[in-house]
Design a protein around this ligand. Structure first.
Ligand code: HEC
Length: 261
């Protein structure tokens, strides 16, 4: 039995090493930490938060930040905000996309369909930079994964606007942010209490909106998070059962030899 426990402990250590993610080292300012529903091993997205997060993205962030990897149909897919197909269609139809050419060889505008990609706020990178005082509003599809600190970083930036410390001069269009690299950011604080009106009655505080939009951006960066967690859980069960089987078959095989010696 002692050996068996040792073996189990060994497997547990190997597994926890495999599944724990290395922490991004060297962050300058300790980030704000949120107890995200999707973080734990069994973690799932908070569906209502994802839907509110989409609302914040589309009403506030979408005028500057693109989500080029997303299609409107993703909004109705399992594991995401899970809008109904009708709701997703209605959302898509609010946007205009260029299609064509038609039989006269001309391009034309039509309402977006589920299969269309999210409409981009700017025609190209240069236009985006020109419209934002020389700074590029990064595409948000995988922003959460591209930044050390992930969701906590995005949340912290949204919550990190403060008056600059005494003696620090900021140029026009540059703002002080505790968590941005170098503490300077060329994005004015995008959130303000009640800047959106949530249809589920949740109070739209800056903190709530920052959490919701970050949850939404975590999903855009990792749309298969829930499937991955489910799979991981099954793999663990499988390995535990396998360990037990291997252990007892090993005992059985060796028992013949041990008794002879
Ligand atoms: C008016 C345009 C505008 C709006 C609206 C806007 N942003 Fe930004 N955002 C920018 C620009 C420009 C930058 C780049 C700033 C820089 O590099 O100094 C930026 C940078 C960021 C960053 C930092 C990214 C990094 O490089 O680490 C985050 C996070 C972010 N935005 C989130 C949001 C969220 C979430 C919203 C909606 C709630 C939003 N932004 C709305 C223009 C905007």
């Amino acid at each position: 039995m002692k050996n068996f426990l040792k073996l189990l402990a060994f497997f547990t250590i190997i597994l926890s090493l495999t599944f724990s993610r290395a922490n991004a080292a060297g962050e300058q300012q300790e980030l704000l930490k949120v107890d995200w529903s999707f973080k734990s091993f069994f973690g799932k997205f908070d569906r209502a938060s994802l839907q509110r997060g989409y609302q914040v993205y589309s009403e506030v962030c979408a005028s500057c930040h693109s989500l080029k990897h997303l299609s409107y149909r993703n909004l109705a897919e399992k594991g995401g905000p899970e809008f109904t197909e009708l709701e997703a269609k209605a959302i898509a139809s609010n946007f205009e996309v260029t299609d064509g050419p038609n039989s006269d060889g001309e391009m034309f505008e039509r309402p977006a369909k589920l299969s269309d990609k999210f409409v981009m706020p700017y025609a190209n990178v240069q236009e985006a930079i020109a419209a934002n005082g020389g700074a590029y509003p990064p595409d948000m599809s995988v922003l959460v994964k591209a930044r050390g600190g992930g969701a906590n970083y995005i949340y912290s930036v949204l919550m990190g606007y403060e008056d600059p410390p005494e003696g620090m001069e900021l140029d026009d269009g540059v703002y002080y942010n505790k968590y941005m690299y170098g503490n300077k950011i060329k994005m004015a604080s995008p959130l303000d209490d009640d800047i959106v009106e949530y249809s589920d009655g949740t109070k739209a505080t800056v903190d709530q909106m920052a959490k919701d939009v970050t949850t939404f951006l975590q999903w855009t960066a990792e749309p298969h998070l829930e499937t991955r967690h489910k799979m991981g859980f099954r793999v663990i069960i499988y390995l535990v059962v396998l360990t037990i089987l291997v252990y007892f078959s090993m005992k059985k095989i060796w028992s013949r030899i041990e008794t002879k010696v």
